[in-house]
Each structure stands twice: as C-alpha cells, then as structure tokens.
Design a protein around this ligand. Structure first.
Ligand SMILES: C[S@@+](CC[C@H](N)C(=O)[O-])C[C@H]1O[C@@H](n2cnc3c(N)ncnc32)[C@H](O)[C@@H]1O
Length: 212
C-alpha cells in the first residue's frame, strides 16, 4: 500500500476506533452517544433546576445510546419516548418505546405515552435510512426522513422547545434549514468531533420553537 494511502486510512480510522472503544468501555450501546454529548455540552440541551417535568422524543433511537445518555439527565417525573423500526435491549422507568416507523405514530399516541396534556420539550432525531449505495436515492430518503422528523417536532413541541436532527449534506440542506428557521428562532449547524470526518452527516440544533 502506498504511504499516502496508509496515512489517509490512519487519519480517518483512528478517531472512529477511539470513540467505538470508549463507548464500549463506558457501557454505551453505540459510539453515537458522544455526538449527543458534544451537542449537549455546546448547546445545553437540558436546563438545570427545572421546575416542571421534562419530556423528550428520540426518533431513530436504536440501539439506544442516546436513550442511555438522556436518562442520565432526567429527573423522577421526566420521560423520553423512543421510536425505532428496530427493537432496543435497554429498559428503564423513564423510557417509553415504540417499535414502529415514525410515520405510523400519531401525536396523540405520543401525548398519551407521557400521560399529561403537556407538550414535549425536545425532539431528537439521529435517524438514518438504510443506505442503498445509490447516492442520489440515499440523499433523497435522508431528506424525506428529516422532513418527517420536522413534522413530528412541529406537532409535539411546546413553545421554546428544541429540535436536534442529523442531516446528510446534500442539495436539500439549504431548503430544509430554511424550513426549520420558519419555526425556530435560533438554528445552528454543528459537526461533532466524534462524527467521522469522512461522513457527510451534520447536526442541526434548533431552539426557540414558535407555533405558527
Ligand atoms: C444511527 S441509528 C441511531 C443510533 C441511536 N441514536 C443510538 O444512539 O443508539 C439510526 C436509526 O434510525 C432508524 N430509522 C430509520 N428510519 C426510521 C423510521 N422511518 N422510523 C423509525 N426509525 C427509523 C433505524 O432503524 C436506526 O436504528
């Protein structure tokens, strides 16, 4: 193998391996947890000294490392509703899980799940489509998933709620960001250190949800 090629492989592999091993060592189900941790450290997703119960939706939550992170941040009456096509192996009194396609879950079911008439404080989405290898088709599906996540956020968030979403960079990014800006007062794009450099994924962190 040529030296330059070797160097490139080392540069792109090393961080991934580090976060993979670190996640295993700390008992997390996926390395994705570090992306949420970085986002939380930068944008303070969970307010301190909360007076009211805090409700979170985690779209595309399997295998469950974001759920593991979120429950550490929750108080007794707080809840996180996770949805995924795949099953999860963790259970906790704070977690309510739907093994479903997010398109088949109604907002009414989500509100019933938290058993109050309150709306949600935060919607997280780390959803990713199963890739086909055809770049344009994968980008299109990813953009569709983002629109579906935005629909869930709009129908469930309370005023000033937060929305964190993984997006694959494509021609759709600008239009999606503009749509998110219609509903949120502050919209930022963030690439965590723990996200592989060669990956096209970025996260949009939107705060200050306003009903239209
Ligand atoms: C990268 S994984 C999420 C990892 C997760 N955040 C964690 O920390 O363990 C992406 C997930 O999105 C889920 N997903 C993709 N499309 C979905 C859909 N339409 N409805 C529900 N889940 C979906 C996949 O099944 C997959 O488990």
């Amino acid at each position: 193998m040529k030296k330059q090629q070797q160097k490139h492989q080392q540069q792109t592999k090393r961080p991934g391996d580090h976060f993979y091993h670190e996640a295993k060592e700390q008992g997390f189900l996926a390395r994705s947890v570090f992306k949420l941790q970085e986002i939380d450290q930068k944008y303070r997703l969970f307010p301190q000294n909360r007076r009211e119960p805090f409700f979170v939706i985690d779209l595309g939550c399997a295998p469950g490392s974001w759920l593991q992170y979120v429950i550490k941040k929750l108080n007794k009456d707080d809840r996180v509703v996770g949805i995924d096509l795949n099953n999860i192996t963790i259970s906790d009194e704070h977690i309510i899980f739907f093994q479903r396609d997010i398109n088949d879950v109604t907002s009414e079911e989500l509100f019933n799940a938290i058993k109050t008439d309150k709306r949600f404080n935060m919607v997280l989405s780390d959803m990713a489509p199963r890739t086909s290898g055809i770049k344009s088709a994968d980008q299109l599906r990813s953009a569709e998933l983002c629109r579906e996540a935005l629909r869930v956020a709009i129908s469930t968030l309370k005023k000033d709620g937060k929305f964190v979403i993984k997006v694959f960079q494509s021609n759709e990014l600008k239009a999606l960001t503009n749509d998110i800006k219609k509903y949120f007062t502050d919209v930022n794009i963030f690439k965590p250190e723990s996200s592989r450099k060669e990956s096209f994924e970025i996260y949009i962190v939107a705060t200050g949800f306003q009903h239209k």
